[in-house]
Structures are given as structure tokens and as C-alpha cells.
Design a protein around this ligand. Sequence first.
Ligand code: SF4
Length: 102
Amino acid sequence: MAYIIVEPCIGTKDTACVDVCPVDCIHPTKEEAHFDDVEQLYIDPETCIDCAACEPACPVEAIFAEDDVPEQWQAFIAKNVDWYQLSAEEFQAKWGSLGKID
Ligand code: SF4
């Protein structure tokens, strides 16, 4: 399981979650290229240790444990995974927003 960032992050990108994550698995950070271009932040499920520190840090309640993601935001579970696993082009084609550019 992992934590998931959902719809309220779009256009918000507060990054308080980035500051509290002990394993740096929330991207992009403000220091990374394309931070201004992505519509939201994403959690890398391969690295997340389910510590829950990010959940209360988010000012717009955009972070949930995977099992607690509300019904209307279930697609974001795959979206977070895809941002790390798909190419930028594949992500753009599937989700209509900027993918991860290394
Ligand atoms: Fe990082 Fe912990 Fe949140 Fe996972 S649950 S993204 S490890 S702060």
C-alpha cells in the first residue's frame, strides 16, 4: 500500500507534504525541473513507507491512504503510479497532463 495524492492538489501543489516526507518520495519538488508545469504532486508507491506524515500536512486534504481514497478519486491511485512508471508521452496521452521528465 501507499499514500495517494488526489484531485484537491491540482492547482494547489502546496508542498508541505514534501517537507515532511522522510523518504523523499513526493515529486516534483519546487527545486525540480517542470514543477511549474505539472498540475499536481505525486507519491512514488515504490518508495512510500506508509508513515502517514504527509496526510495531516496537506492544507487541502488531498492525501489519503490507498484504502481510504474516496470513490470519486479512485483513478488517482493509478495516476500516481503512472507518473513514475510511464514515459512523459504515455502519461500525457493517458491523463492529459505533463508526465515525469527526467
Ligand atoms: Fe512520504 Fe510517509 Fe507520505 Fe509515504 S506516507 S508519501 S513516506 S510522508
